[in-house]
Design a protein around this ligand. Structure first.
Ligand code: ADP
Length: 497
């Protein structure tokens, strides 16, 4: 009887279930949109019950679509939007508030206060993270402070906290299992990156009772089984949980220290596997856990670009000089070069390695001859320049050379961009056959836990590279362009101050 692995990819805007077979081929996909609510500027919330309902719906749909039985699923693997925070009542299973989504800034004042007390350095060293409302701790604090008797109820053991994977596993197991995994737990500002346990001092500083926290587990093991009757008569093992970016790194088979992946979505997320070493960045990159399989831990360095695909959306919706993001490829090629135009799309400030929140975007080098194609081309190039800045920071922090980079995400389909990335970073770019590397990562980790795949070597056999881009730009030209980009960055920083 053929068996499959079912990956659940619970993202910010949608939930998907994808069935993979042994050759890591996608058999079927089912998707449901998830609503986000924006009650105030900067706030983003979701309904955790609807997230859970969407998961059940997509599992049922994907099974029906592919004409298999629930019993043909060897294991379920979960990957999820990270940091999004849910607190629920242990007895009733009901969330006590909306889920606070990772992007939400509503708990910012707690982070400001913590920073003013001088704890920035402490948390950076202990957790590998910066004091930002992005991470879960201040969101938990917010929920407890805005719930009647919240703190007391938490201390009395009536409330449970979890990020999305934790809540889903609790629900899927009928309230039997309250766990999180190291990759998600390492994004809370509560876990010691060294010991991989909840840290007493962190919990004390945020005043978060430990009894509400889930038990921290590895990324590839059977945590529990789906409750009887939930998905038919069978009880399916839930055998992986992993944050979305780390899942993509695993799905891209970046198993070795020094390997890197970049996801070109609305923003870019770059992760570098740093092996069993925690690297504390000197340039504001974050450190977290990639995955833990048995006793083997892989850490990662993470850097992001705030505006990547979003700059392409700006060309479409703001400037209205393209109709679809896909046409940027051919339009960029219509110009022989960007004709000296540089676009710096730092609309929401500059992230790593600059960290200038006040900076705005800019366009440099305009002449009477500048046309739409030059601007389109320069905008695509800006994704590569920004990525390159993070890559350089990663090389310096890790003291490792980056020889190749695996890519995924919407804008990685753009051949012009991939070739320019390869040229400007002097690095080989590899695009996989299966673009769903996030779901695939969760599937691989679940499959490894139940013996569906034997080991990582076997997985590597199934990982197919579809396209490869090699650097062709000569060194003088590359240096010249990077120099101009650096000047443009200095320019936006100058005007941002
Ligand atoms: P997210 O998961 O962040 O929503 P996706 O991975 O779905 O993002 O990618 C969508 C982003 O990629 C959009 O910002 C879109 O403008 C951009 N994009 C999609 N296709 C292309 C393309 N062929 N060339 C350039 N950008 C693209």
């Amino acid at each position: 009887m053929t068996q499959y692995i079912c990956a659940i990819d619970q993202g910010t805007t949608s939930t998907r279930a994808i069935l993979f077979d042994k050759e890591s081929q996608m058999i079927a996909v089912a998707q449901k949109e998830c609503e986000n609510y924006y009650p105030k500027p900067g706030w983003v919330e979701q309904n955790a019950n609807l997230i859970y309902a969407s998961v059940i719906a997509v599992i049922n749909e994907v099974v029906a679509k592919s004409n298999i039985q629930m019993s043909d699923i060897a294991a379920i693997g979960i990957t999820n939007q990270r940091e999004t925070t849910i607190v629920w009542d242990k007895k009733t299973g009901q969330p006590v508030s909306f889920a606070i989504v990772w992007q939400s800034r509503q708990s910012d004042s707690y982070c400001v206060e913590m920073r003013e007390k001088g704890y920035e350095d402490f948390f950076y060293k202990k957790c590998g993270l910066v004091l930002d409302p992005y991470f879960s701790a201040s969101k938990i604090r917010y929920i407890l402070d805005h719930l009647e008797n919240g703190q007391k109820r938490a201390e009395d053991g009536e409330l449970l906290f979890g990020t999305v994977e934790s809540f889903l596993i609790w629900k899927l197991t009928g309230g039997k299992v309250h766990i999180s995994d190291v990759s998600n737990a390492s994004r809370t500002l509560l876990m010691d990156l060294d010991t991989l346990n909840w840290d007493d001092e962190c919990c004390r500083l945020w005043n978060i009772p430990k009894c509400m926290l889930p038990q921290i587990k590895g990324n590839s093991e059977i945590y529990g089984y789906t409750a009887k009757g939930l998905l038919g008569d069978v009880q399916i093992p839930i055998a992986s949980a992993v944050g979305d970016q780390q899942a993509a790194l695993f799905g891209q088979t970046c198993f070795e220290s020094g390997s890197v992946k970049n996801t070109y979505g609305t923003g870019c997320f770059l992760l570098m596997n740093t092996g069993n070493k925690i690297i504390h960045s000197k340039q504001g990159l974050l450190s977290c856990v990639g995955w833990k399989i048995h006793d083997e831990v892989n850490y990662v360095l993470e850097g992001s670009v705030f505006v990547a695909g979003a700059a392409i959306q700006w060309l479409r919706d703001g400037l209205q000089i393209i109709r679809t993001s896909g046409e940027t490829d051919s339009r960029a090629r219509q110009a022989a070069s960007s004709d000296g135009v540089i676009v710096v799309p730092s609309f929401t400030g500059l992230g790593a390695p600059y960290w200038k929140a006040q900076v705005k975007g800019a366009m440099f080098g305009l002449t009477r001859g500048t046309n739409q194609e030059h601007i389109i081309r320069a905008t695509l190039e800006s994704l590569a320049y920004q990525t390159n800045d993070v890559l350089i920071a990663m090389c310096e922090d890790s003291q490792m050379d980056i020889l190749s980079m695996q890519v995924d995400g919407g804008a990685s389909k753009n051949d012009f961009l991939m070739q320019f990335q390869s040229d400007i970073s002097n690095t080989v770019i590899r695009r996989s056959l299966i673009s769903e590397s996030t779901a695939l990562g969760a599937a691989y980790l679940a499959g490894l836990a139940v013996g569906y795949w034997h080991d990582k070597e076997e997985i590597k056999l199934y990982h197919m590279i579809k396209d490869q881009f090699e650097p062709h730009m000569n060194e003088t030209e590359r240096k010249k362009r990077l120099e101009r980009w650096k000047k443009a960055i200095e320019g936006v920083i100058y005007f941002g101050n």
